[in-house]
Ligand binder design. Structure first.
Ligand SMILES: Nc1ncnc2c1ncn2[C@@H]1O[C@H](COP(=O)(O)OP(=O)(O)O)[C@@H](O)[C@H]1O
Ligand SMILES: [Mg+2]
Length: 271
């Protein structure tokens, strides 16, 4: 429910860590119209070229653009502009693929309920053999994109800053997900809350941590490791994978978060 809490940073670095350290095949989907994770994963020229060549982006998942072709031989038949199964992610590096985002998402008008919110799930189902884990980097506020991500996902991870406004955000988010789960009959589960951009010496940090640790819902979901604030990460767009930094503390933190994520998923799958 809040921008700037580290969703994109965490998405990219969890994806990088899973693919590099665990040799998992990972697909990262950028469903945020602000396409920040795409800006991190792609060089500007590469992305511009990608768009020029009309290669696939997130809009192709949703933009069915049904055209009616009328042929004298076959009569009227519908063709879609892009078949879902033909959508091709970009290989970023060993074990990591991405469906890049697109600013055009802002212009795509999709009426809720027309069924296009399920196309991402359909696409992932068609490709489930190809990847071990799919990570969807979402926009902060409720929208058809967030709904699509919820429909397509088994789990959601909540990054939050340790401040009062962000903590209000996670309660709001929880209620919205609950409502969506109910209305759409989804089985998605929360796989945890990760504190991000933390400054452990501050008073707001300490009180936020206390609040979460004592909370009836969040205490069980709060990760032991958290992502500390580092100027090396602030505002950087490219080549800023945490595992490539010199700083061993933040690397250990990220690895700890990914370990805990895998463990929690493992526990859930055994249930
Ligand atoms: N651990 C961190 N330390 C310092 N800056 C960070 C850290 N994590 C993220 N940032 C910066 O904070 C801003 C918001 O992070 P981002 O991941 O884009 O959040 P969101 O996707 O939730 O909007 C970005 O400028 C990012 O570079
Ligand atoms: Mg983001």
């Amino acid at each position: 429910m809040k921008g700037g809490v580290g969703k994109t940073t965490l998405s990219i670095n969890i994806a990088d860590c899973l693919s590099k350290r665990y040799q998992k095949k990972v697909l990262l989907i950028d469903i945020d119209p602000q396409f920040n994770s795409t800006q991190c994963l792609f060089k500007v020229e590469q992305y511009v070229e990608h768009l020029k060549e009309k290669k696939d982006t997130i809009t192709d998942i949703f933009d069915k653009n049904t055209k009616i072709n009328i042929s004298t031989v076959n009569g009227a038949n519908e063709t879609s502009s892009k078949e879902l199964k033909k959508i091709k992610p970009v290989k970023i590096k060993e074990n990591l693929w991405s469906i890049p985002g697109n600013l055009e998402l802002y212009r795509l008008e999709i009426a809720p309920g027309e069924g296009r919110e399920s196309r991402l799930k359909k696409y992932l189902r068609m490709n489930e053999e190809k990847y071990d884990i799919v990570i969807i980097d979402t926009p902060p506020t409720p929208s058809i994109w967030m709904t699509s991500a919820l429909i397509a996902s088994d789990y959601y991870l909540i990054p939050t800053k340790a401040d009062p406004i962000s903590l209000t955000g996670i309660d709001l988010l929880n209620n919205i997900v609950k409502e969506k789960k109910d209305n759409l009959d989804l089985t998605i589960k929360c796989i945890g809350v990760v504190l991000t951009i933390t400054e452990q010496q501050t008073r707001v940090y300490k009180s936020a941590k206390k609040f979460l640790s004592e909370h009836h819902t969040w205490s069980k979901l709060l990760y032991t490791k958290e992502l500390p604030k580092r100027t090396e990460l602030a505002g950087k767009q490219l080549d800023n994978y945490i595992l490539d930094l010199q700083d061993s503390n933040i690397k250990t933190a990220l690895i700890g978060i990914v370990d805990e994520l895998l463990k929690r998923i493992g526990n859930e799958e055994q249930k």
